[in-house]
Design a protein around this ligand. Structure first.
Ligand code: ACM
Length: 520
């Protein structure tokens, strides 16, 4: 009997059967036009290591059969049924997303060598007979990546998307703008990237407010994605069942935009793209011209990103400049706003209704609760779970992103040999133990918790290798938290499966923690 390999995330229900199916020279992939894209993707994923043709079409004989099946509607938007007998592999699902997830499970049922990109001599491609019925616990299973602090090459973003698909994540939150860099081409305002995508230097250490103690890399840093790059990323993600959630930060964390167009700020004085990390007083002004400018930006962003949700930031916006700027104070008087928190809410509300008119929904970090939450806003709860709890109780949708344990810029242990992170540490075990629905919520309010996501802030991650070190294997643990039913999850069993899973990640050249230097 072929043993069932380690599956991650573990399926909701798995029944082993006797026997096995072997991929061979005559095996084809049977698929109708409605699942042709996932079928061709599966072919492209199985071909390199097996060296088999695996033609896609409507075929009989030895086959992997992919089909939409409305009678499985109970499995929801992303569920699937995978049946392996000696004669056939069948993946059936109510929606194409389920076919994609089932295909990822099928890859994991093969030996780890299936992830290689050239034929493996002497391999046997046997799949154990079984039946799997599977569906996710949460609809929002996300991975956030900050490309503002450090630009990450498009090739790396595409590799990250492949890894997300492998772990059944379905949201890639692309944090595209920051004080330290504007990373997305906007045709109407070319200086956003010509000026805003480049900075003179980058702080390396330590994390301090004292300018004299800061150390710098001593070289410029920059980069941005063209609109064609963004379209490529969005389509690549969509083919893998992943929605790209773009974030354009407002009204704080916008110094790169102000450096490009000083009239966006409150002082009108020129500033430079920021070279160090933290929170600054330089935030967007609240004039009509600033609103129009960002509406123009969003016009282009909406055209590039079909995501229903659009992230507008909203975090860490000091109110000092607004207190000292006549146009901001006039705005408060004119709109009847009591304080600067309400002024920020007014700003966010403007974009909430602007996006709603265009059929989109606004998401923001939990500071958007201060001064009153915009009507249609979804809250991303990062300063603990309190913001998420308050928003869910008020009837708003919530995505959980609490620093403990979903911030992957925190270090992975307290060992002296561990590379430093920001803000404490989040161990693999702590991530695995995470439960996205806080106990404080009633069953009814808990329905507003769409899911959760892992945050990768890149102040101290200058390149893809360091990002992968911080991301993996913690994102593996989070994938299972978000997908698998609680009763199937067990730390000791996860650790065992992870050992096999890391073989896959090593073949895929992922620089996960412990790959080259075992943790002590
Ligand atoms: C955040 O970490 N400022 C969202």
């Amino acid at each position: 009997m072929v043993p069932t390999p380690a599956l991650i995330p573990i399926p909701a229900k798995l029944t082993p059967r006797s026997g096995s199916f072997a991929l061979g020279a005559t095996t084809s992939i049977a698929a109708g036009d409605d699942v042709r894209v996932p079928a061709e993707l599966l072919r492209d994923q199985l071909r390199p290591a097996t060296g088999l043709p695996l033609q896609v079409g409507s075929r009989t004989g030895s086959r992997i059969a992919l089909a939409l099946d409305p009678s499985l509607g109970g499995l929801g938007e992303e569920g699937y049924r995978l049946t392996v007998t000696a004669d056939e592999v069948a993946i059936r699902a109510p929606k194409p997303a389920g076919i994609r997830h089932g295909s990822q499970t099928l890859r994991q049922l093969l030996p780890s060598d299936i992830y290689r990109r050239a034929p493996v001599a002497g391999a046997s491609w046997a799949i154990p007979a079984l039946e799997i019925e599977d569906r996710p616990g949460f609809a929002w299973r996300g991975s956030h990546l900050d490309v503002g602090r450090h630009f990450m090459p498009k090739e790396f973003v595409l590799k990250h998307l492949d890894l997300l698909a492998l772990h059944k994540f379905n949201v890639f939150h692309w944090h595209l703008t920051e004080d330290q860099g504007w990373r997305i081409e906007i045709k109407k305002y070319p200086k956003l990237t010509a000026v805003g995508a480049f900075r003179k230097d980058s702080m390396t250490a330590p994390r301090t407010k004292d300018p004299a103690a800061r150390k710098f890399a001593g070289k410029p840093h920059g980069g941005f994605y063209t609109q064609d790059d963004a379209r490529e990323v969005v389509r690549y993600a969509a083919e893998r069942g992943i929605t790209v959630l773009p974030e354009i930060e407002m009204p704080g964390h916008a110094m790169a935009a102000i450096a490009a167009y000083p009239e966006l700020g409150n002082t009108g004085k020129p500033i430079e793209v920021l070279t160090y990390w933290g929170i600054t007083d330089h935030v967007l002004g609240v004039t009509d011209n600033v609103l129009r400018f960002f509406e123009d930006v969003f016009d282009e962003v909406l055209e590039l990103f079909p995501s229903k949700f659009i992230h507008v930031g909203g975090d860490e916006c000091p109110k000092t400049e607004w207190r000292n700027t006549p146009s901001a104070q006039e705005r408060m008087k004119k709109e009847g706003l009591k304080n600067e928190d309400e002024l920020q809410s007014w700003f966010i509300r403007h974009f909430d209704s602007w996006l709603a008119k265009r059929g989109r929904r606004l998401v923001g970090w939990d500071e958007i609760l201060e001064g009153g939450l915009a009507q249609g806003a979804t809250v991303m709860s990062w300063r603990g779970e309190e913001g998420g709890i308050a928003a869910a109780k008020a009837g708003h949708d919530v995505v959980m992103a609490p620093q403990r344990p979903t911030y992957l810029d925190h270090s992975q242990s307290e060992l002296p040999t561990e590379p430093p992170g920001i803000g404490g540490h989040n161990s693999l075990e702590a991530v695995y133990a995470y439960r996205p629905v806080p106990k404080e919520l009633s069953a009814e309010d808990a329905k507003h918790v769409l899911g959760a996501q892992g945050q990768i802030w890149t102040e101290y991650m200058p390149d893809p290798k360091r990002v992968e070190y911080m991301a993996w294997p913690r994102l593996v643990a989070l994938a299972e938290v978000l997908w698998s039913p609680p009763e199937t999850r067990n730390w000791a069993d996860f650790e065992k499966r992870l050992a096999t899973h890391l073989e896959r990640l090593a073949i895929l050249d992922v620089n996960y923690r412990g790959r080259f230097v075992p943790p002590e």
